[in-house]
Design a binder for this molecule. Structure first.
Ligand SMILES: [Zn+2]
Length: 322
């Protein structure tokens, strides 16, 4: 019997699953991602959840055949580590992953991906058709994509392919992105930036609204909750749909996917309000084939399932390798 390990290292949680060669999950564990003191503490937390998942599966860690990791970035793929993670405290500069996991599991077959690439690997593995041209798009605290073209999951220099959230959509640069540049997709449409964008729109045109725009706790949830009941909330959602459609049209023109799976909390919690405006605008925005646009079939599990699928298919998500 072969055993495979999937690991999802996020800014909030770290999870691991252990499965057999049919992909059936035998054990799993999760913990909160440590906020320090250093990156080594995060590495230790990863190793710990892997040990616990193996324990629940009734195997020793060194019985595992291979592991896949889907992690927050940025990654140093050559070193198998995370380098200065954007969403963790500054004292965490480097989180070694591939080396320590490889030692624990006593295998060289450890595949490290950023979380969106793990996402597209998971979608590919679980897709009915296993298309060679697909995109996994996440609209969450950030915006990013994992891209598979001609059967290759692309990673690019230092694994930075698919950073579509930092494409410039608005040449006027109304909003500044968390990365410091103006007009980026993520600066308008990520879960963290939607309330900031709504505030800016409201400052430009202070119409009456039920949205608590002055409240420090004002969030994207408030905006979507008021859909259909508040004119200003509908205006914000309409604008978000416009930018999301433009971003997706750019993805279509760059990569020609057959299907785009959309995940991330903003999309998962508001599938119709987020996806329908994108679908409706494809016809007027795209000059080539219009792909299917669907909510991820894997929900919150997409990264850890993708990491597991990577372990089972030598980092590809291609089921024909099983
Ligand atoms: Zn940016």
């Amino acid at each position: 019997m072969a055993y495979y390990v999937g690991i999802d290292l996020g800014a909030t949680n770290v999870r691991s699953v252990v499965a057999d060669d049919e992909g059936e999950i035998l054990g799993q564990a999760r913990d909160s991602t440590p906020r320090g003191p250093t990156g080594i503490a995060v590495t230790e937390a990863v190793l710990n959840v892997v040990r616990r998942a193996c324990d629940e599966a009734g195997i020793e860690p060194n019985e595992a055949t291979a592991a896949g990791i889907g992690a927050i970035g940025p990654l140093d793929l050559a070193e198998g580590a995370i380098e200065n993670p954007a969403n963790l405290p500054d004292t965490i500069d480097r989180i070694p992953l591939t080396g320590p996991v490889s030692v624990l599991l006593d295998t060289d077959d450890v595949y490290l991906h950023n979380d969106t690439n793990a996402g597209v690997i998971g979608e590919r593995f679980h897709s009915d058709r296993n298309p060679d041209d697909m995109v996994y798009l996440t609209i969450s605290s950030g915006v990013g994509a994992g891209v598979c073209v001609d059967g290759h999951v692309i990673s690019g220099w230092d694994g930075n392919a698919g950073e579509v959230g930092h494409m410039t959509l608005d040449p006027n640069g109304f909003m500044t992105c968390g990365c410091g540049h103006d007009g980026h997709w993520e600066g308008y449409c990520s879960g963290n930036n939607i309330p900031k964008y709504a505030r800016e729109l409201h400052a430009e045109d202070p119409v009456e609204t039920a949205l608590p725009v002055e409240d420090p706790d004002f969030s994207a949830v408030d905006v979507f909750e008021h859909a259909g009941e508040d004119e200003f909330a509908d205006h914000v959602i309409h604008q978000l749909g416009h930018w999301n459609a433009m971003g997706v049209a750019n993805i279509v023109h760059a990569y020609a996917p057959l299907i785009i799976y959309v995940g991330g909390a903003v999309a998962l919690n508001n599938p119709d309000l987020v996806l329908n405006p994108i679908r409706e605008k494809m016809g007027e925005m795209v000059m080539s084939n219009i792909p299917e646009i669907q909510l991820t079939t894997l929900g919150d599990e997409v990264v850890v399932e993708g990491a597991l699928a990577s372990a089972m298919t030598a980092g590809t998500g291609d089921r024909s390798r099983l």
